[in-house]
Ligand binder design. Sequence first.
Ligand code: ADP
Ligand code: MG
Length: 259
Amino acid sequence: MRQVHSKQVIRAKGLSKIYREGAAEFRALQSVDLDVHAGELTLMMGPSGSGKTTLLSILGCILRASDGRLEILGEDVGSLPEGELPRIRREAIGFVFQAFNLFPTLTAAENVALALDVRGIRGPVAQKRGEELLAEVGLAQKARSFPADLSGGQKQRVAIARALAGDPPILLADEPTAALDSTSGRTVIELLQRLAHEHGRAVVMVTHDPRVLLFGDRIVHLEDGRIVKEKRNVQTRRDETSSFGEAPMAAGLSNQFSI
Ligand code: ADP
Ligand code: MG
């Protein structure tokens, strides 16, 4: 049953980012306004180089904006000293990357345990929590497997379990299905959708992948560092029998959306 969450967990106003290399300047983001809500899967789309990763990194407090205001859970990030940012990341944000970024010499359970260890959770409590997290992503039986023995989709689900170690209200994923086949991709997008809808997390996913479009509650389009279009999906996809592998047809798609 879908719970109603309307809380804004991220509020961004006028975010800009200028990359400087020597005397050269590159404006990667230009005055971006974006609010992100709990309980929603927000998809961020746009051509390569449009600033998606830059924006996600700023929202995740990995990167500082050059200008603008960013509030995470009501805290004004811009006014915080650099030393406070790791705390915000640890407490509020989970990250998932295209390349999984798992440690190859650690098992699935150990990869998750490491993220718990960083948060001071160790011993039997960590063991139990690690098992719960792997069960949450449907991988309880793979706890002792090494990344090399897991499929791409399974690796990404371990990475999602790891991202959930701090029970973050915000989950940010940068092209998490890009390296996956359609079946694995679908499992991952359904998991991210469930984490938003059933757990009330704010999930922001950057994607190039038209197959995932109908799973998002909201789709934000970036071009040249600007948000050029934003749509709300009135009916997100939950039909178990529908095929993830088929790209949605343009006509069908436009019927699904309302501005
Ligand atoms: P996307 O994720 O949409 O492909 P990015 O946010 O990675 O876009 O990059 C946006 C633009 O900023 C690109 O033109 C890229 O080359 C540039 N850029 C990204 N990171 C840096 C950096 N560290 N230094 C200089 N330019 C960068
Ligand atoms: Mg990118």
